[in-house]
Design a protein around this ligand. Structure first.
Ligand code: SAM
Length: 238
């Protein structure tokens, strides 16, 4: 038993005390497409809460997709590590079906809010059924559930700025390989907007894709500076 003074010093804080959910409605423009969504303006110090704001990789991918919207027309798409959902929401303007996924519960809350915001918007002129699902890379049960619910698989798998933690790269490519194999060679591809922050990650991404028997190539003309970092769009196929 502690003394009365010791007990007075124990401060109980639940986790909401540390979470910044002061989201602001923010406007983003990609060619003729304008998207307004709720996001933070700066990242949390918690490594796992990176998904509360829009990352440079999403700007790179959305610019690319808005210029190449033919790629999306009538497609069924799954996005990995969606964060606040800016890429999936853009896709919903052109696609037949878009499934946005993330693993973090706090991020899933703001992702669902942005999907609702978008779906109820007066200017909402999209074709896709937008859905949000929990998906942790490498989590067999969650992957199986997605594969059961969307048994026809997907035409496209998308990822923006999702390679930043070394331990999760093999799990990401496990998941990508499983999703690609549902349709088979030539029927599905993974489009990854990669932003280079560490040389070790640059080689890890390419090597891990190859270790999974996948082909990984730059999309010609997409290597460019985003923010002050080098980014590129990779196309990954079986
Ligand atoms: C840097 S953020 C990028 C978010 C968004 N794609 C963008 O570019 O704005 C990385 C996202 O991947 C998610 N993520 C990280 N590790 C994951 C994992 N192991 N499984 C599923 N999602 C993960 C995070 O929750 C976060 O939303």
């Amino acid at each position: 038993m502690g003394t009365e003074e010791e007990e007075e010093e124990i401060v109980c804080l639940d986790e909401s005390f540390f979470i910044n959910d002061n989201y602001q409605l923010t406007k983003f423009t990609f060619g003729s497409e304008v998207i307004e969504l709720l996001c933070l303006q700066s990242a949390s110090t918690d490594f796992d809460l990176t998904g509360q704001l829009v990352w440079p990789g999403a700007m790179l991918l959305n610019d690319y997709l808005s210029k190449n919207a033919d790629l999306l027309k009538g497609c069924s798409v799954i996005e990995l590590g969606s964060g606040v959902g800016i890429t999936g929401i853009l896709c919903s303007r052109f696609c037949r079906q878009v499934v946005l996924t993330d693993h973090n519960e706090e991020v899933l809350k703001i992702l669902k809010k942005n999907v609702e915001l978008h779906s109820s918007s007066e200017n909402y002129n999209c074709c896709a059924g937008l859905a949000v699902e929990k998906l942790e890379w490498g989590h067999s049960e969650e992957i199986c559930r997605i594969l059961e619910n969307y048994s026809g698989g997907f035409d496209l798998i998308l990822g923006a700025d999702i390679c930043f933690q070394q331990s999760s790269v093999p799990l990401l490519f496990d998941t990508v390989e499983k999703l690609l194999r549902v349709r088979g060679r030539g029927q599905c591809k993974f489009i990854l907007a990669y932003v280079s922050r560490a040389k070790i990650m640059d080689s890890m991404v390419v090597n891990d894709a190859k270790l999974h028997g996948l082909q990984i190539n730059d999309v010609v003309g997409t290597r460019r500076i985003v923010g002050n970092l080098e980014g590129v769009i990779f196309e990954v196929t079986l």
